[in-house]
Design a protein around this ligand. Structure first.
Ligand SMILES: [Mg+2]
Length: 224
């Protein structure tokens, strides 16, 4: 019996393209101006200091920006870079420069499952803060009240069963009562190894005939 649903974001509730073609280019394009305009803010200064520490030398703000751009282009996941990207996205959401993409079928069924009494949770490699910004400023408005909890890689890597065991214990349910939704097979394998039920979102992809996880092309095909 399914009592809770744990969902991935990118590729599951949200198009991968929103993240890669909207969020990341937006932060890259705004980085220099953001640092120029907000460098006096202690929270921003703290991250610029962390950039200097990571690169092992003192940096002017322009040099720090150049270093950050280089990390972006190298696809490095450096903490101060992630923190500054988060601040730039927050400003963008608040200004209404974009809204968080959520597939209409995901909006419809997340609302329906919540109304049926299921507890909904998010598990994404994006930070909890980034998750809440996306769902708080989504295409369908503020979806945050639908969710009972949020998990990021503080709970552990998404491809390791231990992460799903920890999340189940934090949710307070046996893993078998939790359904995990993802577009990545290795994540589903890890969730199943922890005892969770699984469904594989294969949006726009060709279903894998060898797959042992149930495959659906949208939330419309999921029956609880
Ligand atoms: Mg995903």
């Amino acid at each position: 019996m399914i009592l809770a649903i744990l969902t991935d974001i990118e590729g599951t509730t949200t198009s991968v393209s929103f993240v890669f073609d909207c969020l990341f280019p937006y932060a890259r394009a705004r980085l220099a101006a953001f640092v120029r305009e907000n460098g006096h803010d202690p929270a921003v200064r703290e991250q610029l200091d962390a950039v200097a520490r990571e690169s092992g030398r003192s940096l002017s703000d322009d040099e720090a920006v150049a270093q950050l751009i280089q990390w972006i282009d190298e696809d490095r996941k450096i903490t101060p870079l992630k923190a500054l990207q988060g601040m730039i996205w927050e400003a963008g959401y608040l200004k209404g420069d974009f809204t968080g993409h959520v597939y209409p079928d995901a909006v419809k069924y997340l609302r329906q499952w919540k109304a049926q009494g299921l507890a909904l949770y998010v598990y994404s490699s994006g930070s909890v803060k980034a998750q809440q910004l996306l769902f708080g400023h989504s295409d369908a408005g503020d979806m945050r009240p639908l969710f009972s909890g949020w998990f990021d890689t503080q709970a552990g890597p998404k491809r390791e069963a231990a992460s799903y065991r920890l999340i189940a214990s934090q949710i307070g349910l046996p893993p078998g009562d939790i359904l995990f939704l993802s577009d990545i097979k290795e994540e589903l394998d890890a969730a199943r190894a922890a005892g969770m039920q699984t469904i594989w979102l294969v949006r726009g992809a060709i279903p894998d005939p060898e797959a042992t996880h149930r495959q659906v092309t949208s939330f419309d095909e999921i029956r609880i």
